[in-house]
Design a protein around this ligand. Structure first.
Ligand code: PAF
Length: 280
């Protein structure tokens, strides 16, 4: 496996893969890899000739300096994990490569970022769409893999690819959870044991939404009230949002008629976690 840190070297490698007419599977990450990333890497390995994983902590998608500064770093360990999964290349550029001096072009999106995390984290999704566009232009993947835990991100990227005719097949794979149900996230590493225990209220609230919906409760307000009370009962929690949205437009729905998503963002101490379940 090769570790490439330079954009032009990465582009040269991609050209040689394209010359051989081989397919490229791509898993973009910000590092601090866990089993959720590994599941993406395994699918990409199975479905493509060449597998490229990027590890780049993208500063432009952080709306909070503290979150960026405290994001876990473990590049050597990440490279070992990816190598074990039989990737061909790790692309790990520095910020001077991705945002060289004078960089001033950003990709922004309309409507889909007006709700959920987009509403509360100004600039976040413009950072995501910009870096994903750059990575797709450099790596020119046939297929790119994302996790359902970042539901809004996956919808935003699907739309980015469609609107800008990028011709990448975006694969969204199910959220990987710990045995206790907590969605795996790089940010979980920042929770102390008591906070980790409190964080279980997030999945608990989503399961409640699912069971209410299964017993024919369609009124979002009623479901959100129950979810709120579960989360408020847990220690160290502060709710950013609990929403039920249309699964495609991400607009709030007052009553669940088509495919919807229950989505939650909660601070557990100083760590903000998100999770969701599809209701259909
Ligand atoms: O989901 C992530 O880890 C990031 O948002 C991504 C897609 C790698 C872009 O930096």
């Amino acid at each position: 496996m090769d570790v490439i840190t330079n954009v032009s070297e990465m582009q040269a490698r991609v050209l040689s893969i394209k010359d051989r007419k081989e397919s490229i599977g791509f898993v973009p990450t910000m590092g601090a890899l866990h089993e959720g990333h590994v599941s993406l890497v395994r699918s990409a390995r199975n479905e493509n000739d060449e597998l490229i994983v990027s590890i780049y902590l993208n500063p432009t998608q952080f709306d909070n300096k503290d979150d960026f500064d405290n994001y876990p770093h473990q590049l050597d360990k990440d490279i070992e994990i990816v190598e074990r999964e039989d990737a061909d290349v790790v692309f790990a550029p520095g910020t001077e490569e991705m945002y060289p001096e004078g960089f001033c072009t950003y990709v922004t999106q309309g409507k889909l970022i007006d709700s959920l995390c987009g509403r509360l984290r100004p600039g976040h999704f413009n950072g995501v769409t910009t870096i994903v566009t750059k990575l797709f232009n450099i790596i020119r993947p046939d297929r790119a893999y994302f996790g359902q835990k970042d539901y809004q991100q996956s919808i935003v990227i699907e739309k980015l690819v469609a609107d800008l005719n990028m011709g990448v097949d975006v694969k969204v794979l199910p959220t990987v959870r710990g045995e206790d149900g907590l969605a795996l996230s790089s940010r979980n590493k920042r929770l102390n044991p008591e906070e980790r225990h409190s964080a279980l209220c997030i999945y608990g609230s989503l399961l409640k939404a699912k069971s209410m919906f299964a017993s024919n409760v369609k009124d979002s307000k009623e479901i959100i009230e129950e979810m709120t009370s579960i989360i408020k009962k847990a220690k160290h929690t502060r709710i950013d949002y609990i929403s039920i949205v249309n699964a495609n437009t991400l607009e709030d729905v007052s009553s669940i008629n088509g495919k919807a998503v229950a989505a939650v963002a909660v601070w557990i101490g100083n760590t903000r976690l998100i999770d969701n379940l599809i209701l259909e």
